[in-house]
Write a protein that binds this ligand. Structure first.
Ligand code: G6Q
Length: 554
């Protein structure tokens, strides 16, 4: 396959970028009162305003041409068609099958996956309802009140983000807690507040070998047994979400209490599978189905809309435009909803684990920048911390503003202010404030002479800083499903454009292997196998662990 920079569209884009680099967004809006109407679009209940981006009609058409030349439509059909597009692991990528309700057949390796998908989903949802309405009881006969979800990475971030986003949707029957870090402070902090008789543990791990999850799960089991339960009671208090039945059994969890999924569901794409069990526990079976339906609507849009009016494709192309033509090394995501506080962390994994790659499918090195750093915090809080850099820092950082129009728990006047701030920030980044304006303002405030000259440069805002605004009607399961599917497909399209495999994650392996080796060495002799820094740090850690052992702390 051609490199990205060898395509016809690339050469035209380089030229056009130079031609329009000096045009300001203010100018474009002044020239075209229809710019918002032309450069905004609705899909699956969401509205994307992409008019505050540094591109014109020609840039968009060249970018769309690039998508055609890179074979985005063929690649999309290969993914939905169950081809093994994750070619370093020889796996299909079919998380979209998990949210299909119609009679469409989805094949992985020649087998229709839909009957198994339906069976597991229904069993998982029936279980969630039984826990929610108190039919599923702990060993003492009490209904479950607290659910502790133990998992990490893709087996944690999705359900954790979604449960927080959807909190307050209705009657909250259960309290959900998420434990991911192997730092014992997290699990101990949660367990210290709970009653073992009324606590259910969900152990989520695709492989059921991840050391953090297995360590936390073992400590949770020990806690249960130390708090009045017997071995026989484990089945009432532990369920597993995994693809590895054998490991689940050997941990001591009854296979009847295991909810499976499949190797064609990547960890960071798994919240639609039984990994979404905590979401179903939080919002019920109907809420979970609505989440899937929202995602399915976005899938259909992605499949059917022409590339030039296709929301995930546009987001992907705009992202590539900044990354590779403006050199933007990061993308800031700012949700204007406290309930979406975990969304930036979720998107960090989705985007950076998927496209944080530097080799093409055929192993050659890439010749352009791939995934930018994704970061962010909810507004308005972020305005009082890092927005300074967005407005006046030395780099231009594109922003995705996420703006739900309604939230679950409103207080009089709050939502109005939240929305006003979101709209104001994208405008302020774009329009800036020039020297003449600053000078006039300061003069009107009585500042003159040297003071005026000194202050003016500090108060100038260059403006012309780009953003997208994604408007959600509300924070319902359907809207959230559409939003997450939108970003999933954006990531997919960018992977195709850059020519990388978005579905493997070899980069996390080396650290994992070394950690298990060093964990062994912290108990014994590290020998001379390490460099001086690693050796020095091991010595410090071992001395501290020895001191705690002598004090009887471990
Ligand atoms: C996600 C990654 C990774 C994975 C975790 C947990 O796409 O593969 O974040 O989800 O390492 O893995 P297990 O689910 O196997 O415990």
């Amino acid at each position: 396959m051609k490199r990205l920079t060898e395509t016809d569209a690339w050469a035209a884009l380089v030229e056009h970028h130079q031609a329009i680099a000096a045009t300001s967004l203010n100018q474009w809006f002044a020239d075209d009162p229809q710019r918002f109407a032309r450069m905004s679009l609705s899909a699956a209940g969401l509205v994307l305003d992409y008019s505050k981006n540094r591109l014109d009609t020609r840039a968009l058409s060249l970018l769309t041409g690039l998508a055609v030349e890179r074979g985005v439509e063929t690649a999309r059909d290969a993914m939905f068609g169950g081809r093994a597009i994750n070619d370093t692991e020889q796996r299909a990528v079919l998380h979209t099958a998990l949210r299909q309700r119609g009679g469409t057949r989805y094949d992985a390796g020649g087998v229709d996956v839909m009957p198994a998908v339906g069976e597991v989903r229904e069993r998982m949802l029936a279980f969630a309802e039984a826990v929610r309405d108190g039919r599923w009881r702990g060993h003492g006969g009490d209904a479950i009140r607290d659910v502790v979800h133990i998992g990490i990475g893709g087996s944690d971030l999705g359900p954790c983000m979604a449960c927080e986003a959807l909190a307050g949707q209705g009657e909250e029957r259960l309290r959900l807690h998420f434990v991911s870090n192997v730092d014992g402070a997290q699990l101990a902090g949660v367990l210290g507040r709970l009653d073992a008789r009324r606590t259910l543990f969900v152990i989520a791990s695709k492989t059921f070998t991840t050391i953090e999850t297995m360590t936390n799960a073992a400590s949770a089991r020990a806690w249960l047994l130390a708090n009045g339960a017997r071995d026989d009671d484990i089945a009432r208090h532990f369920v597993a979400v995994s693809t590895n039945a054998e490991r689940v059994r050997s941990f001591g969890i009854d296979e009847a209490n295991m909810f499976g999924f499949w190797d064609w569901v990547g960890g960071r794409y798994s919240m639609w599978s039984s990994v979404g069990l905590p979401i179903a526990l939080a919002v019920g079976a109907d809420g979970f189905r609505a989440l899937l339906a929202g995602a399915e609507r976005m899938d259909r849009h992605f499949l059917e809309a022409p590339l030039a009016a296709n929301m995930p494709v546009l987001l992907a192309l705009i992202g590539l435009w900044y990354r590779d033509f403006f050199g933007a090394a990061s993308l800031c995501v700012v949700p204007y909803a406290q309930a979406l506080a975990r969304l930036p962390a979720y998107l960090q994994q989705l985007e950076m684990e998927s496209n944080g790659k530097s080799v093409l499918h055929d192993g050659r090195p890439v010749d352009v920048g791939t995934c930018p750093v994704i970061w962010g915090e909810p507004g308005t809080n972020a305005q009082h911390s890092f927005f300074q850099l967005l407005h006046q820092g030395s780099d231009t950082i594109p922003v995705d503003f996420i703006m739900p129009l309604q939230v679950a728990r409103e207080l009089p006047g709050h939502q109005r202010l939240l929305l006003a701030n979101c709209i104001a920030q994208s405008k302020a980044l774009m329009v800036g404030k020039d020297e003449a304006e600053v000078r006039a303002e300061l003069t009107a405030a009585g500042v003159a002479g040297d003071d005026l000259a000194r202050l003016v440069p500090h108060k100038v805002f260059a403006g012309n800083r780009p953003s997208n605004t994604l408007v959600m009607p509300d924070l319902s399961p359907a809207s959230l499903g559409a939003l997450i599917a939108l970003y999933e497909h954006k990531v997919f399209v960018q992977g195709v454009l850059w020519g990388v495999n978005s579905f493997d994650q070899w980069g996390v392996e080396l650290g994992k292997q070394l950690a298990s080796r060093i964990a062994g060495e912290l108990d014994g002799d590290a020998g001379d196998a390490h460099d001086a820094s690693t050796r020095g740090l091991i010595d410090l850690a071992r001395a501290a662990l020895d001191r705690s052992a002598r004090r009887g702390e471990r």
